[in-house]
Ligand binder design. Structure first.
Ligand code: HEM
Length: 433
């Protein structure tokens, strides 16, 4: 119950008692007692040996997410199937595509800001979710208009809101609640929303199959053209599962991180001042590439991802052969996760870890296993580069275009948001100029 209601308290208490490696009594999918590791060297070992010989990264362990995302997507695929799918998705998030997304992010953000009213309390999470959702919809489906997209956006928001409150998170953590126990059961209502989403997504796929357009560069078009070595393309079901995964994974974590960033920037005047000064050095505020070059803005984004990472830990890896980790013998079949939150709270790496200090990232470099908001190894987040683009460009655009004040009078701490972490209280701002 503590893990469900107070995951941060749970992790600190166990770390204090047992140190950098401990076995939890927590179950997730086929694992009923996984091990949490927060020693960077051990996590480096875990994530550089997770291709199958020492550790594996089976997707079936994420079975609890199947009612939402289906089984034919990156998060639930395993082994060779997973290896074949990643190269189909990765190009959509790298190289020239990111440059195009930079323009898109700036445009969507500026359009949203123009509608923020003056002198009224504004819910930061809703503002950020509106922006990140529109971005991921356009990245996945391309430029779009019309009723189908408006409905899709609304339904995805309903799913996220229904599963994000600590009590509602129970629906993911206790999978039997996903069953349909009648019209008023949470499982019934969730399944209804998913059925509506499926209808819209399958209609879009059918329409595109009927009218193929080789000029399109959105993810759905790229996935529809992709073929494996045998010349076989993805089925409608696989396309739907992958799209839904990207739509949800691709905006909730980013919206949470942006919400925290806004909280820190507007609660710490020296951080805000420093950022505004850095932004003054930009020659063209309409060119998103300029925001990416500001070291202090990057440091603020990194510190936001460090102090309260949206994702508590990596996906589970399974031990395949007897091996030693942090002085303990691990038997085959045991499940292990790298605990991102606890690594980021280490006092030896980050003195005063509960303090927001972007300077840390300007003073010394951290290894990919000391600072690892996007995990690592064979399942490292495919959207990491896009997410970092979004953070910098959205924050830079907001700070350049409007003046805001934070309305929260008390400190805000992290709490459970579905399987992730997010602010425990609603963060509100008011636009003053
Ligand atoms: C601040 C934002 C984000 C954070 C903190 C985050 C974090 C993570 C983490 C920790 C993992 C697991 C890595 C592991 O097990 O080693 C992951 C996986 C994943 N992320 Fe992200 N993510 C973010 C944004 C995104 C975006 C924007 C997308 C897509 C557009 C995305 C799509 C995915 C997918 C599909 C996986 C599964 C990869 C696989 O199993 O091969 N994420 N993410």
């Amino acid at each position: 119950m503590q893990w469900v209601l107070d995951p941060v308290g749970y992790m600190h208490a166990h770390h204090r008692r047992y140190g950098d490696i401990f076995q939890t009594g927590l179950s997730w999918g086929s694992s009923n007692a996984f091990v949490m590791v927060s020693d960077p060297k051990a996590v480096q070992y875990l994530l550089t040996h997770d291709t199958g010989s020492e550790f594996s990264a089976p997707g079936e362990v994420n079975e609890r997410l199947a009612p939402f995302f289906g089984r034919q997507n990156l998060m639930l695929l395993s082994g060779a199937d997973h290896q074949r799918r990643r190269p189909l998705i990765m190009p959509a998030f790298h190289g020239d595509r990111l440059h195009v997304y930079g323009q898109l992010i700036h445009k969507i953000c500026s359009t949203a800001i123009a509608q923020w009213p003056l002198h009224q309390p504004l819910n930061v999470r809703s503002l950020m979710a509106d922006i990140t959702q529109e971005i991921i919809l356009q990245v996945v489906f391309g430029p779009h208009q019309g009723e189908r997209y408006a409905q899709l956006a609304q339904l995805i928001r309903i799913i996220l809101e229904r599963t994000s409150a600590p009590s509602a998170a129970a629906i993911i953590l206790f999978p039997w609640l996903q069953n349909d126990f009648g019209p008023w059961s949470p499982g019934h209502r969730l399944l209804q929303v998913i059925a509506k989403i499926d209808k819209l997504v399958f209609a879009e796929i059918q329409e595109r199959r009927a009218n193929p357009d080789p000029e399109r560069t959105d993810i759905l078009s790229l996935l529809m053209m992709a073929q494996d070595e045998d010349g076989k393309g993805l089925s409608d079901q696989a396309l739907r599962d992958e799209l839904l995964t990207l739509l949800v994974a691709g905006h909730d974590t980013t919206a949470t991180t942006l919400t925290w960033a806004m909280y820190w920037i507007y609660s710490l005047p020296h951080v805000q001042q420093h950022l505004l000064k850095a932004l003054e050095t930009i020659s063209d505020a309409t060119n998103p590439a300029e925001y990416l070059k500001l070291p202090y803005l990057t440091a603020v984004c990194n510190e936001t991802l460090r102090i309260y990472p949206a994702t508590i830990s990596t996906f589970l890896r399974r031990v395949e052969v007897p091996l030693e980790l942090c002085g303990y013998l691990l038997e085959p079949g045991l499940w292990v996760t790298g605990c991102i939150y606890l690594i980021h709270q280490r006092k030896d790496l980050y003195p005063q870890p509960d303090q927001f200090k972007p300077e840390r990232f300007l003073e010394k470099p951290f290894s990919p296993y000391e600072f690892m908001p996007f995990g690592g190894g064979v399942r490292r987040c495919v959207g990491a580069a896009l997410a970092q683009y979004e953070l910098k460009i959205i924050l830079g655009t907001i700070l350049t275009q409007v003046r805001l004040v934070l309305l929260n009078k008390h400190p805000v701490y992290p709490g459970r948001r579905a399987v992730n972490l997010g602010p425990q209280k609603t963060i509100r701002v008011q636009r003053i100029a």
